[in-house]
Design a protein around this ligand. Sequence first.
Ligand SMILES: C[S@@+](CC[C@H](N)C(=O)[O-])C[C@H]1O[C@@H](n2cnc3c(N)ncnc32)[C@H](O)[C@@H]1O
Length: 462
Amino acid sequence: MGRPAASPPLSVGLAAAAQAIAHRMSGGQGAIAPSSSAVTDLIYRGTRYWGLAQVRCGRLAKQKPDPEILALLAIAWAAIDQTLRETHVVVDEAVAAAKLLTRSAGRSDTVAKKISGFVNALLRKSLSDPAACAKDHEQPIARWNAPAWWIERIDSDYKDKANEILDALTTRAPLTVRLCEPHLYSQQFIEKLNEKGLAGYRVGQHAVAIEPAVPVTEIPGFSQGWASVQDSAAQLVIQPIQDLCQRLGRRPKILDACAAPGGKTFAIAQSVQAEIWAADVSPARLKRMRDDWPRVKPTSQASVQFILLDVLDERAWDQKLGPAAGFDAILLDAPCTGSGITRRQPEIPWRRDQAGLEAVVDIQRRMLDTLWRRLLPGGELIFVTCSVFAAEGELQESAFLGRTPDARSLPSPGRLLPVTDAECGNDQDGFFYARFQKQKHDGPDSGAACHRHAVVGPDRER
Ligand SMILES: C[S@@+](CC[C@H](N)C(=O)[O-])C[C@H]1O[C@@H](n2cnc3c(N)ncnc32)[C@H](O)[C@@H]1O
């Protein structure tokens, strides 16, 4: 029998995690695949400390280090604070990781020595002054791990509720699944988790949070399509579609205009009898969705057609769907900043800027107007973003109603604020839902005018 393989030294994991974080933070497309779950964990911890590392380096260093070294320091400070290992071990391994990073970048031994010396000095300097280090955590950029403009946006949108929202967005989210009844009910699912030594908490009608998180292949019922990973707020798309089916009394034709990787399409397909057209502009994301479909299909009540399509491109639309194509319902789960899901992806605030926010708001506006033309009279458009910014929620909704005389606002889940408290049965990402019905005629009693007042501001929950 061979001896079990020794796990690689911590320095190797630290260097790999630092490279992955730097890649993400520099706007690199596609994540560098982590070599192990230990590296994935270091990436998450370091990403959560990116703001802290900026604040602390600003205080202690004359010059801001390169992104990889900044990321290495972020991970090391997180590991020290969270006592991942003994402090002296973290410092020694971080110094070794700095040498690995500099050498793998093709730099000389002299440079490697200088940079590892810098890492050593900075970590030791911080350890010598715990009071100053505690104060670093109070800086908004460190506390909420986001740039100043991002925090100011949430402040101005939510006023005295802002801190609570920012706190919720900086806590770690559990792994949440959507259960496909009657194949799997929550109580049954929780018992199956308990048998595996895991805990489960109900956080929505079909939603159960799993603690601790496990790879999807270990989720009971995953391979049969009875359980799928989806946040509880994202699952709320099901109810409006069920209402629509009941109102129409027939199998509706639904366009999911931004469908990939399929979370909402599959939730709808497993809940109602419908003809679904799932469109997305990204070939890679659409492929991922198509590849996952066989898992879900046996328990689906709907047919799903996959279409590679830029929904803003009217000519491509006509070619792929026909000029007269109209839908009973259109789901626009729009591209957005993702400001409501930073519990899961803490790098998001650092990868966006204000110009990017304005650009995405403009894309959402154009998508709303384009898709509206494809909706049949009496049909419904559901607009969703996983953002807490009012510009991508309440303001987008009221502007649309203001310029669309044949749109009537219908009840919807509305503004959903992020909450992290799975054990209390309350856990969700930040989302926004609006629902519009297309009036059958343009009479004086139809549409926006009488419904504009129904829009609720971000500081009021619905
Ligand atoms: C928020 S994600 C959708 C998530 C998906 N609905 C789910 O629940 O899994 C937004 C999607 O919009 C797609 N997208 C962006 N611009 C688009 C366009 N012009 N036409 C079609 N899809 C677009 C992106 O590729 C991305 O997959």
